[in-house]
Every structure is written in C-alpha cells, then in structure tokens.
Design a protein around this ligand. Sequence first.
Ligand code: PRT
Ligand code: MG
Length: 217
Amino acid sequence: MITLALSKGRIFDETLPLLAAAGIEVLEDPEKSRKLILPTNQPGIRVVMVRATDVPTYVEYGGADLGVTGKDTLIEHGGQGLYQPLDLKIAACRMSVAVRADFDYASAVRQGSRLKVATKYTAIAREFFASKGVHVDLIKLYGSMELAPLTGLADAIVDLVSTGNTLKANQLVEVERIMDISSRLVINQAALKLKQAAIRPIIDAFSNAIERNTVPS
Ligand code: PRT
Ligand code: MG
C-alpha cells in the first residue's frame, strides 16, 4: 500500500490534476466527507488528509510514504529524512515582509531600530533578518498575521502573499520579497527504497505533467 499525505484546500485541489496524469483518481471529496483516509481508483494507493503543517511530519516518520507540501512549510519543518525530488510548481505565492502603510520601514531599517515581527514562519524570518543585519523580536502566531500591525502587536509581519488582496484589505504594504514559494513532492527515504516499483511511476508521471504545464506549446 502507498499512502499519500495531502492537506485540504489549494494543495489537494492543485494536486488532483497531477494525480490524474498518473492515472490516480481520488474517490471521495475531502470537503464533503469526514473521512481522513480516502480511497483511490487504484487499490494499492490511498490518500490521507492532514493539516498542511503536518504533511512533512507524516512523511518523515512514515505515517505516509509521500506528500505534497509548500516550500514554506518544508523550510520551517527542516526537511529531515525527506527526499524532495520535484518542485510541483503548484500553490504558488511568495513570502514577504509587510507593514502598515504609515510605517516607514526603510528608515527603521536604516536607523538600525529593533523591529517587532509577527509570523508563523519564525525560521524563515529569523534567517532573513539576520542576513540583512536587522535586529528583530519575533512573535510567533498561528494565523491572521495581518492583524498584528493593526493592533500594535508588531511593526511588521512575515507572511505569504498571492494576489495581495488580503494585505490591501487591511491597509498593509509589501516592503520586501523574501522568496518565491511553491509546493514540493516529498518522499519518505525508506519508502523510496522499499516501494521503488510503486513510487517511481508516480514521480515520473508528476514530472512529465509539470513539464507539459510549463513548456509553452
Ligand atoms: O489554513 P490552515 O491554517 O488550515 O493551514 P495552512 O494555512 O497551513 O494551509 P493552506 O491550505 O492555507 O496553505 C497551504 C500552502 O499553500 C501554504 O503552505 C503555501 O505553500 C501555499 N499557499 C499559496 C498559500 C497561499 N498561496 C496564500 N495566499 N498559503 C496561504 N495563503 C494565505 C496567506 O497566508 C494570506 O493570509 O492567503 C492570504 C494571502 O492571500 P492573497 O491572495 O490575499 O495575497
Ligand atoms: Mg491557510
């Protein structure tokens, strides 16, 4: 049995076409079903639904053989014990620094001020500000980062941005782009060796599908 870990929402939705390219069809809709283990049209392959941030953990410890997870989540997890063969180029966004429109970020940085930064992504934020030589107090949050500068909890946030609509709706502006983000296929290293025959064709089908999507025809 091959177990694939996915999370509800954009990762599940955007992985479906890749699965279809590998001849795999998930037989139930996670938005409608309460089941956490979903069967597929292939008796030897099942999908488990976990929180996005738990995907690397499931795959690292073998609760799943493979999974799909954002580069953001992977960096925060550390990536231990995970083979990362493919950038799937799905769930694309960017990791950015944002502040209130009336906060002068550039001069705060120039003056060497200590910044209060709220984020779910403390590893990425710590590394980014250290590389700029900016001193920060990191405040760990688990969601709704956009609220932090509006309430005085923080001067800045580090968060994912895709359309920019959420920032705009909260009068925040993007002042730094830290990195581009997309989702990766991750594989348990032992499973890769022991279940080669079943896993290889999935990697190859995903890889061909990504190429078809990115090469203009
Ligand atoms: O939402 P939940 O707390 O259950 O879990 P999660 O946020 O970890 O999962 P999910 O499904 O929201 O995100 C899974 C992965 O999708 C992330 O790890 C990213 O790699 C990727 N992704 C791509 C995004 C976005 N785009 C995105 N826009 N993840 C989150 N967002 C959020 C962002 O945090 C911000 O609040 O959407 C908001 C900004 O969107 P725009 O379009 O208004 O800019
Ligand atoms: Mg989310």
